[in-house]
Design a protein around this ligand. Structure first.
Ligand SMILES: NC(=O)c1ccc[n+]([C@@H]2O[C@H](COP(=O)([O-])OP(=O)(O)OC[C@H]3O[C@@H](n4cnc5c(N)ncnc54)[C@H](OP(=O)(O)O)[C@@H]3O)[C@@H](O)[C@H]2O)c1
Length: 234
C-alpha cells in the first residue's frame, strides 16, 4: 500500500546522498517529489534514476540560501501541483577545520545553507501548509547538533541552531496540524562523510530515509519531533 499517494513533497539537496534516498522513499510511497539542488547535471541524472515505475519525481535548480530562488521553487511547486504537503530541509554543507583555519567564506556558506536555507524554505511553504490546515516539515540536522568535536565549530553551531529553530517552530505550528520532525543522524555513508567507513559499520542514507517515512506516515495525532539515527556498533 502506498501511504503518501496524493501528497506533494519538496526535498532540498535531493540530488545526492541522504536527500536522494529520502526522495526515492517518498516517491515509493506514492508522493509527487520535487528535488532541488544547485548542480543541474547531477539533478537531471538523479531525476532520471528515480523516475522508475510510477514514481513521480521532478528536479528544479535552486540554491536554498538565495531568497528569490527559494520563492521560485515553492511558487513553481504550488502552481504545478497545487500544494506542498511535505518539506524536507535536507540540503547542507560541512567544512571541518579548527576555528583558526576556517575562513569567513566557509563559515558564511555553512550558515547560508544549513540555517538560512532552512528558514527561507520553511517560511516560503508555511502559508500554503497553514491554508491547507496541515503539513510535515522534516529537518535533517545531525548528532553534531548535540555533540561538539574538534574541527566542527562552524558545522556543529549550524546544527545546534537548527535544532533550536525546529523546536520553536514545532511549538508555533502544531496548532495548524503541521508536524515538525528533526532527524539527527550520526555519520552517514555519503560523499559528505569524512569517516571513510562503508557498509554495516556506518548508517546508510536509506536508514535515514526510513526514519523520515516512519515520521511522516505516523498517525496524525502524534509527532516524532526528534529522531536520532546512529550506528549500532561503530
Ligand atoms: N553524511 C553525513 O555523515 C551526515 C550526518 C549527519 C547529518 N548530515 C546532514 O544530512 C544532509 C545531507 O547530507 P549528505 O551527506 O547527503 O550530503 P551530500 O551527499 O553532500 O549531499 C548534499 C546535497 O545538498 C545539496 N546542496 C548543498 N548546498 C546546497 C544549496 N545551497 N542549495 C541547494 N542544495 C544544496 C547538494 O547538491 P548541490 O551541491 O548540487 O547543490 C546535494 O544534493 C545535510 O544537511 C548534512 O548536514 C549528513
Amino acid at each position: 500500500m502506498m501511504r503518501l499517494e496524493g501528497k506533494v513533497a519538496i526535498v532540498s539537496g535531493g540530488s545526492r546522498g541522504i536527500g536522494r534516498a529520502i526522495a526515492r522513499a517518498l516517491a515509493a510511497e506514492g508522493a509527487t517529489v520535487v528535488i532541488a539542488a544547485r548542480d543541474q547535471d547531477t539533478l537531471a541524472r538523479t531525476v532520471a534514476e528515480l523516475r522508475t515505475g510510477s514514481a513521480s519525481v521532478e528536479g528544479l535548480v535552486a540554491d536554498v540560501g538565495v531568497e528569490a530562488q527559494v520563492a521560485h521553487l515553492v511558487q513553481h511547486v504550488v502552481h504545478t501541483h497545487g500544494r506542498v504537503d511535505i518539506l524536507v530541509n535536507n540540503a547542507g554543507v560541512g567544512v571541518f577545520k579548527p576555528v583558526a583555519d576556517l575562513t569567513v567564506g566557509e563559515f558564511d556558506n555553512m550558515w547560508g545553507t544549513n540555517m538560512r536555507g532552512v528558514f527561507l524554505l520553511t517560511k516560503a511553504v508555511l502559508p500554503h501548509m497553514i491554508r491547507a490546515k496541515g503539513g510535515e516539515i522534516v529537518n535533517i540536522a545531525s548528532l553534531a547538533g548535540k555533540n561538539s568535536f574538534k574541527g566542527g565549530a562552524g558545522y556543529c553551531a549550524t546544527k545546534w541552531a537548527l535544532r533550536g529553530f525546529a523546536g520553536s517552530l514545532m511549538l508555533e505550528v502544531r496548532e495548524h496540524n503541521i508536524r515538525v520532525v528533526t532527524v539527527c543522524p550520526g555519520s552517514v555513508d555519503t560523499a559528505f562523510s569524512t569517516t571513510g567507513k562503508k557498509g554495516n559499520t556506518i548508517t546508510q542514507p536509506e536508514d535515514v530515509a526510513d526514519a523520515v517515512i516512519f515520521a511522516v506516515t505516523a498517525p496524525a495525532r502524534s509527532m516524532f519531533s526528534e529522531i536520532d539515527v546512529r550506528p549500532t556498533n561503530p
